[in-house]
Write a protein that binds this ligand. Structure first.
Ligand SMILES: Cc1ncc(COP(=O)(O)O)c(C=O)c1O
Length: 340
């Protein structure tokens, strides 16, 4: 509150120094050259694709098990999305599916790190296709000792209200490639390029938002520690014969943006699943399907067995830094009581 008030008092609520400070802070945190703050994660994805010169005739690979933002970004630049299945254990992109889906027109892979767990960046990187790391759900986690966001050509963040680090709405594109960042800068604000560019727009972040980002970044390590402690309580309290906890493959760490468990004994039908969720809601425990609707369902594509299984059996349990460990124990208790 103090940081936001200081921005108000400064008289410069937009286009001021705090946005640049937040960009420098995020770039330092990820260990990359620079960042460009924008108005949302979706815009960050779109501008990343545009900065790479991706457009009609190109295709971009992305997983089915993700919100629709990456698909929308690909549509907006006029490219074709090639949707692939996920790894059934980690819920992240399956690199072998990416390898099979690749064509001579594939220009990038959008790699969401879902629920706080890094994707298999090492194998994805070995494919030699430029990676756009979608860090909307994962910051501060590592793969083979490397923080997410540092491996891809570009990384995008979302700072929406429910995210690990939040500014209300907001996003950022980060990279080591200064030329790409310069193009993103030119696209986020009209009148920044020598000629008119129909793709340029106004999608900047305000200094009020950035003030929230700067202060949260200072506390970010504590937020992650708190999430890890709550995750440990879930791990202790949930019987694995009913709920498979999130798996963390060797060489990766988890930021626990979500605590997503898989129901071991599948509820027989989608109706039973919904009834289970509403019984818990009745008792004050909000659990959700972690992905609203997989992309292949919207697009009526078939042969996505791992995504279908995740859609049928995965549940996202409450986890956020201000939650108490006793609340987590209570949640675990209710989950078991209502499972029938
Ligand atoms: C994986 C992923 N990518 C992109 C986005 C889009 O971010 P925003 O809501 O800031 O546009 C989200 C948001 O939920 C997300 O989870």
């Amino acid at each position: 509150m103090r940081a936001v008030t200081e921005v108000l008092r400064s008289g410069q609520v937009a286009g001021g120094p705090v946005v640049a400070q937040f960009e420098r802070g995020m770039a330092a945190y990820l260990g990359v050259q620079g960042g460009v703050a924008v108005s949302s994660g979706t815009v960050a994805l779109e501008l990343s694709l545009r900065a790479m010169g991706i457009g009609p005739g190109d295709n971009v690979i992305l997983p089915s098990y993700v919100c629709s933002a990456p698909w929308l970004a690909v549509q907006r630049v006029g490219a074709q999305a090639r949707i692939v299945d996920i790894d059934p254990v980690t819920y992240n992109l399956d690199p072998q599916k990416v390898r099979k889906a690749r064509t001579s027109r594939t220009r990038a892979v959008i790699v969401p790190h879902l629920f706080g767990l890094p994707a298999d960046l090492t194998t994805l990187q070995s494919l030699g296709i430029p990676l756009i790391e979608d860090c909307a759900q994962t910051l501060g986690a590592t793969e083979q000792g490397r923080p997410v966001g540092r491996v891809g050509l570009l990384a995008v963040c979302s700072f929406y209200a429910t995210k690990l680090l939040c500014t209300g709405e907001g996003g950022m594109v980060l990279s080591n490639d200064e030329a790409l960042l310069e193009r993103v800068r030119a696209l986020r604000e009209y009148d920044q390029a020598p000629s008119l560019d129909a793709a340029a727009f106004n999608c900047k972040m305000t200094d009020l938002q950035a003030a929230l980002g700067v202060t949260q970044l200072d506390q970010f390590g504590d937020f992650l520690d708190k999430r890890a402690a709550l995750a440990a309580v879930y791990h202790e309290s949930l019987p694995t014969e009913l709920f498979t906890p999130p798996s963390v493959p060797p060489g990766r760490t988890h930021a626990y943006y979500r605590f997503v468990v898989r129901l071991q004994k599948g509820l027989q039908s989608p109706d039973e699943f919904t009834a289970y969720l509403s019984r818990m809601a009745h008792r004050g425990l909000q659990c959700r399907k972690p992905v609203f609707r997989p992309l292949h369902r919207y697009l009526e594509l078939s042969d996505f067995p791992a995504t279908d299984e995740a859609d049928a059996l995965a549940i996202s349990l409450p986890i956020y830094p201000s939650l108490s460990e006793d609340d987590v124990r209570l949640a675990a208790h209710i989950l078991q009581e209502e499972f029938r």
